[in-house]
Ligand binder design. Structure first.
Ligand code: GH3
Ligand code: MG
Ligand code: MG
Length: 473
């Protein structure tokens, strides 16, 4: 079934009718609208589905070897056809099975007491719904691809930032098929930078992925590709999108330069090299990269505790929410708040309060178990934890381990309701996100749970779960 822009069908939608041969005479009314194929049992229907594309299925409530409702249920679980809309078809006696039919995955039901034109309308409605759903899924898929790239980039940047802390030299990838050119650049730059060399486009991409250079110097002419294409490939390589590329080449026409810049290059150096110019340009560009990366890192890190900040959380929450919707996975949010922290500040002073915040942040951060477990400081003495695809038991254990970790710090707190040390309360909300739901709602629910934990005496967990219905498609 393909639909043209004016929403009329270019080819008639294909309807598979199961167990409806005896209705064939009356169902001729469908023929001007749809292309019909009959099967007498589910087995025969599955055979047809293997060979032909079908847009919608009609199932008789009574079949020779099983009930129509059973057949519908099995179709719903018969991947790759589980997405096909199923309309149940029956006489009046089948009406009591209506609820069961919907429970078992029927999209709609038609009873012969109604005009057959209603059946035509029902089929059209289901087909429209299906095409809308497909369009929605496609756009969700596209958005997910973008988010996944963002996620990869985020991870790579984080790893790179961590490894950069231990390294003092920035990395430059030099791509040139001329060994003489490579040697010249080596002489000019080797003292100040870590240099990596590639003589083909394929090698350059591989090294680029492994080494994550801070700067790429590209020759325009290479044996297996040209520099412009390679530059575009680097711009698509996760983690390299923002790495500056400089063309180094003996081509010196204005056209070449324009082409290089259009491909995403940031600068253009013409051979033969003047060492002072190459050095100055490399230094300027690398300083730019360094400052940009630092800024990005600072903007996502909490200044006091050095763990991710609220902005970082909001970025991640958006992504994880989307992923959970897409895969019908659970998401766990925890709001964590230090107990009687105002009194801690009052007794021990603000600087000690800051030290306490740092220790608690570290304890929470170190409690992460999987690479996807996420901890951030929301602000003040409040933290947030996000766990993807987690069972209630694991979530509960995780929350308890956070409470224990903070208790285990044994930070003296005389005014904490007799507990003697610093403690936290945790409000946990487990959900199964759906696209139609506001994600802020779950944050509020976790906050409500936190309020409960506080009111029940602090230093404890309050657990909320609102696992929404899985959508029927
Ligand atoms: P509860 O157990 O109900 O959470 O009581 P509480 O005293 O912890 O909560 P309240 O919201 O009344 O007080 C929070 C305190 O956290 C007040 C504020 O001075 C302190 N605080 C927030 N941010 C910082 C910070 O960055 N450093 C320090 N030292 N204190 C902070
Ligand atoms: Mg608070
Ligand atoms: Mg508090």
């Amino acid at each position: 079934m393909t639909k043209s822009a004016d929403l009329t069908y270019e080819t008639p939608p294909r309807v598979l009718l199961i167990g409806l041969q005896d209705q064939q005479a009356s169902l001729t009314i469908l023929e001007p609208h749809f292309s019909l194929t009959y099967a007498s049992t589910l087995t025969e229907a599955l055979g047809t589905l293997q060979k032909h594309t079908v847009d919608i299925v009609l199932v008789n409530f009574s079949l020779p070897d099983q009930t129509g409702v059973q057949c519908c249920h099995q179709l719903r679980h018969a991947s790759p056809w589980s997405h096909l809309p199923v309309i149940m078809f029956g006489h009046n006696e089948a009406i009591p099975q209506l609820i069961e039919a919907y429970d078992r995955g029927a999209s709609d039901c038609y009873f012969t007491t109604s005009d057959l034109r209603e059946l035509i309308n029902k089929i059209h409605s289901q087909l429209t719904l299906t095409s809308l759903r497909t369009a929605l899924n496609n756009s969700l898929e596209r958005e997910e691809q973008i988010l996944e790239q963002e996620q990869q980039q985020w991870e790579l940047t984080r790893q790179a930032n961590e490894s950069d802390l231990q390294e003092d030299k920035q990395r430059i990838l030099i791509v040139d098929d001329s060994v003489a050119s490579i040697e010249i650049l080596d002489t000019i730059l080797a003292n100040e930078y870590d240099l990596y060399f590639a003589t083909t486009g394929a090698d350059a991409l591989r090294i680029g992925r492994d080494v994550r250079p801070h700067l790429i110097m590209l020759d325009v002419m290479l044996p297996d590709t040209d520099g412009y294409t390679l530059c575009e490939s680097f711009k698509r390589l996760p983690g390299s999108e923002d790495t500056p590329v400089v063309f180094v080449t003996s081509l010196d026409s204005a056209d070449d330069e324009a082409k290089g810049l259009a491909a995403g290059a940031i600068d253009y150096i013409v051979k033969p090299y003047r060492p002072s110019i190459v050095k100055a340009r490399a230094r300027n560009l690398l300083e730019l990269v360094h400052n940009r990366d630092l800024l990005k890192k600072l903007s996502l890190t909490d200044a006091l505790t050095q763990i991710p900040n609220r902005r970082s959380f909001e970025e991640l929450f958006r992504r994880e929410w989307f992923r959970a919707c897409r895969h019908s996975e659970t998401l766990v949010l925890m709001m964590i708040d230090i107990d009687n922290f105002k009194k801690y500040n009052d007794r021990y002073g603000h600087p000690m309060g800051d030290q306490c915040l740092i220790s608690v942040a570290n304890a929470l951060y170190q409690s992460r178990k999987r690479s996807t477990d996420y901890v951030a400081r929301m602000g003040g003495e409040e933290f947030v934890v996000l766990l993807a695809n987690t069972t209630p038991d694991t979530a509960r254990q995780f929350a308890q381990s956070l409470i224990d970790a903070v208790r285990g710090l044994n930070i003296n707190h005389e005014d904490n309701e007799g507990k003697g040390r610093v403690t936290v309360s945790v409000g946990l909300q487990l959900c199964r996100p759906v696209q139609t739901q506001q994600r802020e709602h779950v944050l509020n629910q976790a906050d409500e749970q936190l309020y409960l934990a506080k009111s029940r005496g602090r230093d404890q967990l309050a657990f909320g779960s609102e696992v929404s219905q899985t959508p029927p498609f």
